[in-house]
Design a protein around this ligand. Structure first.
Ligand code: PLP
Length: 409
């Protein structure tokens, strides 16, 4: 008898965005002539940069000629892209990486979900709360998170609440946690972490022999020059941190698929006997077994965003989204509501009026204003009483959604 992995049965029934989509579709089929605006799912709307499209065409042509056709590429990615990453994303910030520390992937979701395979099933994990659901769900699938209690909290997970009350600054735990997931700029709250606060986490990790999995998928949205883009801007991070980045939000690659993971050579974890094991060769081994590389086309497309034109074009699109964020912050604040984030991230995090539960707020806004947000509770217990709005819509959609919200409020 084949036995199922019962850990899957402990997961919440649906992935959050599938849940939201189901409710929105139900509303749409009941109200066929209503035009619903979505500021919900974190997907981009602006087309690819011309430099990226050009690179895609060129790569496609290469694939169509026998002399330049490419089959399987290196599992860890082509050298041209890994070198461009080191030279453009890290060197200007004083970070020196070896090419073997850069692993190209098909987007950060895969690696942020897969990285937990490198650690034993009984490590304790900690997450800021609210949080991108992938970290916890992937740990839950192999049983590391324990079971969910009636307050939607996993029994073996340490939560670091991030709310308006603590200014969205997670408190360093006073107990040992083996692995900490941090995501900055944060999805869903849109808040960032200062170098001082990040340094506290590195010191915590070094002191407790813990690992930090650092998701920097939104680093390109940072406007404030004092906010760190990479965890390796902090001394000591090379010993304890793995960093994830993605071209999805940086350059509209949600449909193209490409990102990368940095696993420094110094990062290690212990065996039960206390022997140190470097994680870089383990991750290489894992990738070579379970992953056959990102498509050549996607990698050439990613390389193109590092050309002078590519950089300019990508920056322009980010500025476009950030204008939406600014507009949302201003207008919702004018209505007298508390809003956060949005200054260095494409997300605006709003406290629901009168402490309304976030799923109820979601439903009311959908029914009354025909605008979709993401209910904060879907991101964790501390997201209750909040809603997330994305800046990824067009200016026109954002403007229209704000008008409807103003009328509704
Ligand atoms: C969108 C997102 C990612 C990236 O997903 P891809 O798989 O690269 O498209 C990673 N982390 C967070 C927090 C995100 O919001």
């Amino acid at each position: 008898m084949a036995l199922v992995n019962e850990h899957f049965l402990k997961l919440p029934g649906n992935y959050l965005f599938a849940d939201v989509a189901r409710k929105v579709n139900a509303f749409k089929s009941a109200h066929k002539n209503v035009n619903v605006i979505s500021l919900g799912t974190g997907d981009v709307t602006q087309p690819l940069a011309p430099a990226v499209v050009e690179a895609l065409h060129k790569a496609a042509d290469e694939m169509g000629r026998a002399e330049t056709f490419r089959g399987y590429g290196p599992e860890q990615g082509y050298q041209f892209l890994r070198e461009a990453i080191i030279k453009n994303d890290y060197l200007p910030r004083g970070i020196h990486l070896d090419i073997n520390e850069v692993f190209i992937n098909d987007g950060a979701k895969s690696d942020t979900g897969n990285i937990q395979e490198l650690i034993r099933w009984d490590n304790s994990i900690g997450v800021t709360d609210p949080i991108y659901p992938v970290y916890l769900d992937s740990n839950s699938m192999i049983g590391r998170s324990g079971v969910k209690d009636s307050h939607d909290r996993w029994s073996n997970v340490v939560y670091f609440p991030c709310t308006a009350e603590n200014n969205f600054i997670p408190e360093i735990p006073n107990r040992r946690v083996d692995v900490v997931y941090l995501c900055y700029p944060n999805n869903p709250t849109g808040t960032v972490i200062s170098k001082e606060e990040l340094r506290k986490w590195i010191n915590y990790a070094l002191h407790n022999d813990a690992l930090i999995f650092y998701d920097a998928a939104y680093e390109a949205y940072i406007q404030d020059p004092d906010i760190p883009h990479s965890i390796y801007e902090i001394r000591g991070a090379r010993k304890c941190a793995i960093e994830f980045r993605s071209y999805s939000k940086t350059a509209g690659f949600t449909g193209v698929r490409c990102g990368y993971t940095i696993v420094p050579e110094e990062v290690s974890a212990a065996t039960l006997e206390g022997k140190r094991i470097e994680l870089n060769p383990l991750w290489l081994r894992r990738q070579c077994t379970k992953f056959n590389g990102t498509s050549y086309l996607s990698q050439r497309a990613a390389e193109a965003i590092y050309t002078p034109e590519g950089k300019k074009q990508v920056r322009k699109t980010i500025a476009y989204y950030m204008q939406n964020a600014e507009l949302m912050l201003k207008r919702v604040r004018t209505l007298g509501y508390e809003v956060y984030g949005g200054a260095n991230a494409p997300y605006v995090w709003m406290k629901t009026p009168h402490g309304m539960p976030s799923w109820r707020f979601f439903e009311e806004m959908l029914n009354r204003a025909h605008v979709v947000c993401t209910p904060g509770a879907g991101f964790g217990p501390s997201g209750e009483g909040y809603a997330r709005f994305t800046a990824f819509g067009t200016h026109e959609q954002t403007e229209e959604a704000l008008k409807r919200i103003e009328r509704w409020f």
